[in-house]
Ligand binder design. Sequence first.
Ligand code: KIV
Length: 267
Amino acid sequence: MSSSGKWTTTKIRALKGKGRITSLTAYDYTMARLVDRAGLQIILVGDSLGMTMLGYDSTLPVTLEQVIHHTAAVVRGVEHALVVADMPFLSFQVSVEQAVDNAGRLLKEAGADAVKIEGGSFRVPVIRALVENGIPVMGHIGLTPQSVRAMGGYKVQGRGEKAAEELKASAVALDEAGVFTIVLEGMPSDVGAAITEAVQVPTIGIGAGPGCDGQILVIHDLLGLYDDMRPKFVKRYAELGTEITKALEAYRGEVEKGDFPGPENCY
Ligand code: KIV
């Protein structure tokens, strides 16, 4: 935990080169409380909520209203972590004005501390406008899931010298535009490390190797709660899906046999 209790974008920025930043997604009050109590510094209310919470097969259908709803729940569960809300597909691409308006709602209505935006150098005008209006921005480059249709699937990016150089140029442009961190997703480890060296702000990797300044995972992947996709970069630290099924079967069995409720559960 930071010395004065709450993680801010300034404190996160200051961690560059001084140890690893820890981050996870969360989408609801209960899970956010657990993540916060475990001492992670950043909680991202990712648009991955479309898949983990809402059952879509991509992040594309997620709406701003849904992100506001989930972010507000997360904020209610958090004391220390910095809460970053993801800007969903088409909430920031149409115009800079609309992006400022929508990002502002994530801070005003949901209580987020910052927003995240997918995309490289071409996002600089939007990022500048947000930052100039007091809205801290986390960048996100590499495998950007909102571009799944354009990429032709969830494919590792930055392979080959030219592609790696383009990614690095994007990271530098985002850094200069004023982001406080950059998520690096789905790229070779040496590219993740080279970008980390090239920028002044901390990088947070997901499938970008150990050379980043921090790491992030989708909490459902880490806990073994989500099976629809199992990317190589995920490490499962628990198998809660299996545990939950076992608990539910035990409950069903006891109710069927009349063992629950027992005397200790009755008034
Ligand atoms: O939506 C999300 O969860 C994300 C992270 C995986 C970085 O963008």
